[in-house]
Design a protein around this ligand. Structure first.
Ligand code: PSZ
Length: 500
């Protein structure tokens, strides 16, 4: 396997490219830490443009079976390593998008391969149980070692689920059940409750609501979709709930330079939240819960300050609404902390925290009082997958052993500083560089230029994602080091020089 260092030849060729396109700028850092990922390639290596001929052939084949409009290219997961995704045409790309932000420690991490080759783990892989009724013997231990070892402050209970939408969907149900029992003053439904719910009528199906934010993404299932407001195409033609939608702060970046303006904007949004809660109560659709992402991801990497979240949490408390923090995309370490809400510095950050993606299993942590009062109220066939908990135990071990959160903070600084520099160099193309850890984004002048930049970067061996109307987002794995930042910045600089 190739060494984890940038080869001298590769570094030289980067410098040469850079020299040709932008002599003022030189990113190959002298102090790149020579670390630790045992399995990683030395750099991108491109044989065809992407998608190459084999990918095109396979897309055609799959097209006879499914809608393939969204497929980028086909992958060779056997050959992919660390930060590099290899495609079926033999192209090796530095992956800064990681399957929509869901690969925690890179491809084929040796620790995970070792775990999977242990015969003691085979039955966990082969037999997928209905966890809610027939869990395996080691399930409590594995939950304690994995999810509970990183439980958010104030939470000792966790419910696993299959994916992000499924987690949020069930978290919403838990909030409604909690709220209704609170309203009743006890847990016993009336006969009328029981009969009316069977035909989707009040009082059994009560007029309750969840307050969400403009630009939010909480999933595509129908309950979640009612709180998703990132793109019309996600929502079009699907019936939905009439629930309150508050404005999410539109901040100016860099945050440190606009503290006064941003505080005003946040105050405006919080005022609106409180108004909406009061209005919806008057309308007979009280807000049972507030759901929010610590950084709006799909909606364009929109940030808000710790102070905003503290105040919002207090508003939820004051009005008796549950506070649900959706960490499906922000959770897992990319911001430099395992949970983005840790940056708020609160002892009691939330009533519910949902997760998926980098945590490998979906699910949600909750306060004791948000546990549904009876079995089978929050339930489905799989309720997660214990093989993912096994992997997660090991992922968390690797994060601790390799100090990956510190690494993320370090490479995040290199990334944002590089983006600031490029933004100064290409003011006609780039603006609003922002980020926390490696969870970074930058705006491109328009959507067409963004698409062109994303495709050109891919053909040069760098995979990036878009978000919002015209942002590019960075979602590398936690093993993305400073020298990977350098590789990226050099290629990105080349691509930008072509757009000047
Ligand atoms: O287009 C899509 O469906 C996408 S692209 C990225 C996501 C979905 N992210 C999923 C997501 C999320 O970012 C947040 C903050 N909450 C919930 C979800 C839903 O998770 P999944 O996709 O696992 O259902």
């Amino acid at each position: 396997m190739a060494s984890s260092l940038i080869s001298r030849q590769f570094a030289l060729s980067l410098q040469k490219n850079l020299w040709l396109s932008a002599p003022a700028c030189r990113y190959v850092s002298k102090a790149a830490p020579k670390t630790q990922v045992e399995f990683d390639y030395e750099g991108p290596s491109m044989k065809t443009s992407v998608p190459g001929p084999r990918s095109q052939e396979l897309t055609k084949q799959l097209g006879d079976i499914q809608n393939v409009g969204a497929i980028n290219f086909f992958c060779n997961y056997d050959e992919s390593r660390g930060n590099y995704l290899v495609d079926v045409d033999g192209n090796r790309m530095l992956d800064i998008y990681t399957q929509i932000s869901s690969i925690p420690i890179g491809y084929n991490h040796p620790a995970l391969l070792k775990l999977m080759s242990n015969p003691n783990n085979l039955s966990t892989l082969v037999n997928r149980p209905a966890l809610g009724i027939l869990p395996p013997e080691n399930f409590p231990d594995k939950l304690t070692e994995s999810l509970l070892s990183v439980a958010p402050s104030g939470m000792t209970r966790v419910q696993t689920m299959a994916c992000g939408s499924c987690s949020n969907e069930n978290a919403y149900k838990a909030m409604f059940i909690w709220y209704r029992n609170k309203e009743r003053g006890h847990n016993t439904p009336s006969d009328e409750d029981l009969s009316s719910c069977m035909v989707n009528q009040v009082p059994g199906c009560p007029e309750l609501s969840i307050l969400s934010f403009m630009g939010a993404f909480h999933g595509r299932t129908m309950g979640c979709l009612a709180t998703t407001h990132s793109k019309a195409i996600h929502k079009l033609d699907v019936p939905s709930f009439d629930w309150p939608i508050a404005p999410f702060p539109k901040l100016q970046y860099p945050l440190e330079e606009f503290t006064k303006e941003n505080a005003q904007e946040e105050a405006r949004c919080l005022e609106e939240v409180e108004d909406l809660i009061v209005k919806w109560r008057q309308r007979g659709k009280p807000v049972a819960g507030i759901v929010i992402e610590p950084i709006q991801a799909e909606g364009g990497d929109n940030h808000a300050s710790p102070d905003f979240f503290k105040r919002l949490r207090n508003i939820a408390r004051k009005h008796g609404c549950a506070f649900h923090v959706d960490e499906v995309q922000t959770g897992g370490g990319n911001t430099g902390k395992l949970w983005a809400h840790e940056h708020w510095g609160m002892d009691d950050p939330a009533d519910i925290v949902s997760f998926s993606k980098k945590l490998l299993t979906g699910g949600y942590y909750h306060k004791d009082e948000l546990q549904a009062d009876k079995p089978y109220r929050i339930f489905n066939t799989w309720m997660g997958d214990p093989s993912k908990n096994l992997l997660l135990v090991e992922v968390l071990n690797v994060i601790r052993r390799e100090n990956l959160l510190e690494e993320v903070t370090r490479s995040g600084k290199a990334l944002i500083n590089g983006l600031y520099q490029l933004q100064a160099q290409y003011p006609g193309i780039l603006s609003r560089a922002r980020g926390q850890g490696t969870f970074c984004a930058i705006d491109i002048c328009d959507d067409a230029t963004r698409s062109s930049i994303l495709l050109k970067a891919r053909d040069k061996g760098v995979l990036l994602g878009g978000c919002g109307d015209r942002s590019i987002r960075f979602r590398p794995a936690l093993v993305f080091k400073e020298y990977h930042v350098d590789i990226f910045l050099n290629i990105f600089n080349d691509v930008l020089a072509q757009h000047k």
